[in-house]
Design a protein around this ligand. Structure first.
Ligand code: S5P
Length: 366
């Protein structure tokens, strides 16, 4: 590992991180003792929200592909993105839309902030495929800065005219408001309670008319019990990950390409949080980037931990958390089918969380 940062704790790194959302994420990791991201690759809103609600306690990031969801509700106030944002607040995780933008600057700006999904409104983090060149990163950074400025203005307006407080939420099948909070139960019992939650298809579609954008202008106190203990709401800043290395067999991302990604990231430290990569790309003393790493699985419980992991037969290659976090210095593992195809996804998520956390502890020597 080329940079001593890989030996630092997440809390130490949070203190030095330049990007407000990176600093928040690193602190969240320390609070939840989780360096796990769930890749929620399912096909309906109900499945997505159910996963977010049951696995939320084990993760710090929930990764979406909104275009996999057949019935994604685009309504900005109470659609799928807004509902997800509410669950993100309740369980304290960030939302990462894995959009892999890859077009000219003007188009990616419009895709990010306009169009159907209005990704920037509900997703704290997104990512870019840098094939079109650095201009795509520049353009996304510019769009995020303008969005942030507009939000600042909207917040002011809201406060001046007086914003109604959120009403209590209602649900016909799973009332997320009566779910005990981590504060009431303690973190471990809270996770166990979520894991035990019945896995029937849940209709959270009727949860509320009062969902907020991902970062509400309202204060932490006003949400009271809806927020997570030990950490405040995330900052309003949005973040970008650059797709610098891929997990898929035979991909075309050469060293030169990866180096260009790092160069671009250094030019936008106030927007680029880090990379999707297979190894830490922090090489200079000042680098504070976060690396999030897909292509992660654990061998089944009854199989020897050193057994070679099979790919998925469609190009995907897998490594264990031990290798990805412990040896390659990555920060967060991204796991999809390893968790969601398990007989008990919430319990499996805990198995992954513990394995990735132990790999980190071993790495920093604690
Ligand atoms: O190199 C990559 C980059 C990404 S973002 N390899 C990947 O697999 N991904 C994404 O991670 C992919 O789109 C999918 O959503 C997830 C991996 O899913 P799994 O089911 O193989 O764990």
């Amino acid at each position: 590992m080329p940079n001593t940062i890989a030996k630092q704790s997440y809390s130490q790194r949070a203190e030095n991180a330049n990007h407000p959302l990176s600093a928040y994420l690193l602190r969240l990791i320390a609070v939840k003792k989780s360096n796990l991201c769930l890749s929620a690759d399912v096909s309906t809103t109900q499945q997505l929200l159910h996963l977010a609600n049951t696995i939320g306690p084990s993760i710090v990031v929930l990764k979406t592909h909104y275009d996999l969801i057949a019935n994604w509700d685009y309504n900005a106030e109470h659609g799928t993105g807004a509902k997800l944002a509410r669950l993100a607040r309740r369980h304290a995780f960030l939302i990462f839309e894995d959009r892999k933008f890859g077009d000219i600057g003007n188009t990616v700006q419009l895709q990010y902030t306009e169009g159907t999904a209005k990704i920037i409104e509900w997703s704290h983090i997104t990512n870019v495929n840098m094939i079109p060149g650095k201009a795509a990163v520049d353009a996304l950074a510019d769009a995020a800065a303008r969005w942030r400025e507009r939000k600042r203005y909207e917040v002011k307006t809201d406060i001046t005219v007086g914003t109604p407080r959120p009403e209590s939420v209602e649900s016909d099948e799973e009332d997320v408001t009566t779910t005990p909070t981590p504060e009431e139960l303690g973190l471990d019992t809270y996770r166990a309670a979520s894991a035990g939650r019945k896995s029937s298809i849940v209709s959270i579609t009727t949860v509320s008319q009062h969902f907020e954008p991902a970062n509400s202008p309202r204060s932490y106190e006003e949400f009271g019990h809806e927020s997570f203990p030990g950490i405040e709401e995330p900052p309003m800043e949005r973040g970008l990950l650059i797709l610098a290395q891929m997990s898929s067999k035979g991909n075309f991302m050469t060293r030169e390409y990866t180096d260009a990604c790092v160069e671009s990231a250094r030019e936008h430290e106030d927007y680029v949080m880090g990379f999707i990569s297979q190894e830490t790309l922090n090489t200079e003393p000042d680098d504070q980037f976060i690396s999030m790493t897909p292509g992660c699985q654990l061998p089944p419980k009854d199989v020897n931990g050193d057994a070679k992991l099979e790919g998925d037969g469609k190009g995907q290659q897998y490594n264990t958390p031990q290798k990805l976090v412990g040896q390659m210095g990555n920060d967060i593992v991204i796991v999809g089918r390893g968790i969601i195809k398990a007989a008990d996804p919430a319990r499996e998520a805990e198995r992954y969380r513990k394995a990735a956390w132990e790999a980190y502890e071993e790495r920093i020597g604690s």
